[in-house]
Design a protein around this ligand. Structure first.
Ligand code: HEC
Ligand code: HEC
Length: 210
């Protein structure tokens, strides 16, 4: 299949799946409303900063994690963060600790935390130049049609730019090996043809992106 046609088909599929999962839900409407009300947005960001006091232990100050197997949340798309809290909440994404923790947050707090992290900056990392060059080619071939040319994703697709290489490799491995911790048919299809050195190169490239 020509890649442009494939992209159109897949993007429609992404939108349909997101719709079925309730992504275009009340909370996302609230994120959109916040974007149009600067004072309310500032208040929500401040409340989110406070509500995230416990998350700091693993996700780091301002969402830049110092543990390499824990994802940065800084700069992550708020709709995606909310969707993942829903998935931990209903057990479709499995991580024992996060599943338990998410139940302790109110819907309001989840929204505030998501918009707080979205306003934070993730510093790009440094990696071997040759590996990064390879990774860029693989990324453009296999990933950019959904995650975007700058790897910042969109409402339903996560940002990958600046993410830790270790977490990226772990995360990709979970979809690819069908461990059951994360199930997503689109991601499975996207990563199943890759071998471990290609995954390593892609992760290195993504880590260096601002
Ligand atoms: C004990 C460590 C720990 C604490 C504390 C913690 N997390 Fe996590 N979090 C993790 C780990 C590990 C993962 C990755 C799990 C996986 O790969 O599925 C994760 C994943 C996430 C994700 C998914 C991110 C992505 O890129 O897909 C979100 C959202 C999240 N955590 C939010 C929070 C929030 C909000 C808090 C505070 C209320 C919090 N976490 C506190 C360890 C922690
Ligand atoms: C057809 C669209 C599509 C393609 C192509 C695609 N992805 Fe994804 N990706 C998604 C979606 C949708 C999610 C969120 C799935 C979920 O909720 O678990 C995702 C999630 C991810 C995550 C988890 C992010 C996090 O913060 O935990 C990683 C890592 C990732 N993709 C890497 C890649 C890489 C690397 C490629 C190329 C080899 C790729 N993706 C190609 C749609 C795609």
């Amino acid at each position: 299949m020509k890649s442009s046609i494939r992209c159109v088909l897949e993007c429609v599929l992404v939108a349909l799946i997101a719709g079925a999962a309730g992504v275009a839900s009340a909370e996302d409407a609230r994120i959109r409303a916040l974007r149009n009300d600067q004072a309310a947005l500032r208040a929500a960001v401040e409340a989110g900063r406070k509500a995230s006091f416990f998350c700091v232990n693993c996700h780091g100050d301002n969402g830049v994690s110092r543990m390499l197997d824990v994802p940065n949340l800084a700069g992550q798309n708020p709709d995606y963060v909310l969707e993942q809290t829903r998935k931990f909440g209903n057990g479709t994404r499995k991580d024992e600790f996060m599943q338990g923790l998410i139940k302790l947050l109110s819907e309001e707090q989840k929204l505030q935390i998501a918009v707080f992290y979205a306003t934070q900056h993730v510093p790009p990392g440094r990696q071997d130049a040759a590996l990064v060059k390879q990774g860029k080619q693989f990324y453009q071939q296999f990933c950019s049609r959904c995650h975007g040319n700058t790897a910042r994703g969109n409402e339903i697709i996560p940002r990958l730019a600046g993410q830790h290489t270790e977490y990226l490799e772990l995360s990709i491995g979970r979809y690819k090996k069908r461990t059951g911790e994360r199930v997503d048919p689109l991601m499975f299809n996207a990563v199943v043809p890759l071998n471990s050195s290609q995954i390593k190169a892609i992760a290195a490239y993504l880590n260096t992106l601002p």
